[in-house]
Design a protein around this ligand. Structure first.
Ligand SMILES: *Cc1c(COP(=O)(O)O)cnc(C)c1O
Length: 228
């Protein structure tokens, strides 16, 4: 990505458009824009593409790979204060140390081994990271996430046994299905778990997600353009 003024302006304009759409969707759900956090998903984009978003005031970003985030964000964080980084991609337990060092929020806790590793690292580093549990709402074989029927028990394990701060649930609906069905299921499961935060909605469906109660939307290509 070049950082000429044209692409920089485009990114700032796209951010504004997404924020305006979010506000409309929030209003139709009886909420306001302030009730929904926009996570700008900057995966695959380099610092030159991310900087215009930071210049425009965006501070909450999502990355899906620990290693990629480690190469980009420490330097950007030295220039821009108040950045909040969210891990939205699958986490291996051997990356838990680095993930806890780098990220403020992790959306992809989906099995005991990962929950255990994160709990151990948070103690070791004396650092609190907010956590979402990823639910495989479509029960897709190849997709990460805990099965819907196991969610309540897993959340209880994370909280009671590990003392983790679980703030909500996250899902990625199957590409070929109506997303609203999955957003509604996630919302129901969150109620069953006594959780109030819902991480759901991407570029193609964030407005629908907000209508179903999303508190965090993860939007990449609608802001930064199509990924290579
Ligand atoms: C890439 C990604 C997004 C953003 O996708 P866009 O379609 O570019 O908005 C959201 N959530 C997750 C988990 C992702 O991996």
């Amino acid at each position: 990505m070049s950082n000429d003024t044209t692409s920089g302006n485009n990114i700032a304009a796209a951010l504004q458009e997404v924020r305006a759409s979010m506000e409309c969707a929030a209003k139709s759900d009886g909420r306001t824009a302030a009730d929904v956090e926009l996570i700008a998903v900057s995966k695959t984009y380099d610092a030159d593409a991310i900087s215009p978003a930071l210049e425009a005031g965006q501070r909450v970003f999502g990355e899906n790979r620990v290693q990629e985030a480690a190469t980009k964000w420490p330097a950007l964080r030295e220039v821009y204060q108040g950045v909040e980084l969210h891990l939205i991609g699958p986490l291996q337990s051997n990356k838990a140390r680095q993930a806890v060092e780098l990220f403020d929020v992790i959306h992809t806790v989906d099995r005991r081994k990962i929950a255990d590793a994160i709990a151990t690292e948070m103690k070791r580093q004396d650092k609190q990271v907010s956590l979402f549990i990823q639910v495989n709402t479509g029960e897709e074989q190849q997709k990460a996430g805990i099965a819907p029927r196991d969610t309540v028990e897993f959340v209880a394990y994370c909280r009671a046994t590990l003392g983790l701060e679980i703030i909500g649930l996250m899902c990625i609906p199957p590409v070929s299905e109506e997303p609203g069905v999955h957003f509604a299921l996630l919302s129901e499961l969150a109620k069953d778990c006594g959780l109030s935060k819902l991480s759901m909605g991407m570029s193609s469906d964030y407005e629908i997600a907000i209508q179903f109660g999303a508190t965090h939307v993860r939007v990449g290509s609608a802001i930064f353009g199509a990924r290579a």
